[in-house]
Design a protein around this ligand. Structure first.
Ligand code: GAR
Length: 195
C-alpha cells in the first residue's frame, strides 16, 4: 500500500476527492494532509475524514522559503509518504524541496499545460478567446507548472463565460481527473490519461 501526503492551501475540494477515492482496492492511502495556512478549510475536512493533519504558517517565515520548507518537511517526513500530491497548494517550492520528492510528487493545475502556467489561468484563457480549457495533472519538477504530463481533461469555453463559470466547469473535471491519475500512478502506471 502506497502512502500519500497531500498539500493544500484552501478549501481542499481536490484533496477530498483524492482521500475519498483511496479506499478498498485502491493501491494507496492518505496518511497526511498538510497546509501552509492553519485556517485552510480543507484541514477540518481532512480531519473529519479521519486523516492526520498538520499546518505550518508560511507567514511566520517571511521570505525565507528554505526555513518554511524545513518546518513543513517535519510532519511530511514523519508521515513517510511514498507520493506527495499538491492539491491547490499555492506556495512555490524550492528546487531542493522538489528534488527530494522528484518522481513521486504530483500537482493539479487548472489549465491545459503547457498553456497558462502560474496564476489566473481562466482569465487568461478567456482573454485569449480559447474555445476550450481544462486541467492538467503532472509530475512536479523544479520548473513551475512544468514536468511530465500524466493526464488532462478538457471542457468547452461557452459564450457568456466569466472566470467563475469557467473555473467551476474545470473544477468538476479536476475532481474526476486527479483521483483517476493518482490511482494509476500509485499502481505504477505513468502513461498519460486523457478524459
Ligand atoms: C484548484 O482549481 C487547483 O487546480 C488550483 O487551485 C484550486 C484549489 O481548489 N491550483 C492551482 O492554481 C495551483 N497553481 P481546491 O482547494 O478546492 O482543491
Amino acid at each position: 500500500m502506497k502512502r500519500v501526503a497531500i498539500l493544500i492551501s484552501g478549501g481542499g475540494s481536490n484533496m477530498v476527492k483524492l482521500v475519498q477515492d483511496m479506499v478498498g482496492d485502491h493501491p494507496a492511502r492518505a496518511v497526511l494532509v498538510a497546509s501552509n495556512d492553519p485556517a485552510a478549510k480543507g484541514l477540518a475536512r481532512a480531519a473529519e475524514m479521519g486523516v492526520a493533519v498538520a499546518s505550518v504558517d508560511h507567514r511566520g517565515f517571511g521570505k525565507d522559503r528554505v526555513a518554511f520548507e524545513a518546518a513543513l518537511l517535519e510532519p511530511i517526513l514523519a508521515a513517510k509518504p511514498d507520493i506527495l500530491c499538491l492539491a491547490g497548494f499555492m506556495r512555490v517550492l524550492t528546487p531542493a524541496f522538489v528534488r527530494r520528492f522528484e518522481g513521486r510528487m504530483l500537482n493539479i493545475h487548472p489549465s491545459l499545460l503547457p498553456k497558462y502556467p502560474g496564476l489566473h489561468t481562466h482569465a487568461r484563457a478567456l482573454a485569449a478567446g480559447d474555445a476550450e480549457a481544462g486541467c492538467t495533472v503532472h509530475e512536479v519538477t523544479a520548473v513551475l507548472d512544468d514536468g511530465p504530463i500524466l493526464g488532462q481533461a478538457r471542457v468547452p469555453v461557452l459564450p457568456g463565460d466569466d472566470e467563475a463559470a469557467l473555473a467551476a466547469r474545470v473544477l468538476v473535471q479536476e475532481h474526476r481527473l486527479y483521483p483517476a491519475v493518482l490511482r494509476r500512478y500509485a499502481a505504477g502506471l505513468h502513461e498519460r490519461l486523457d478524459l
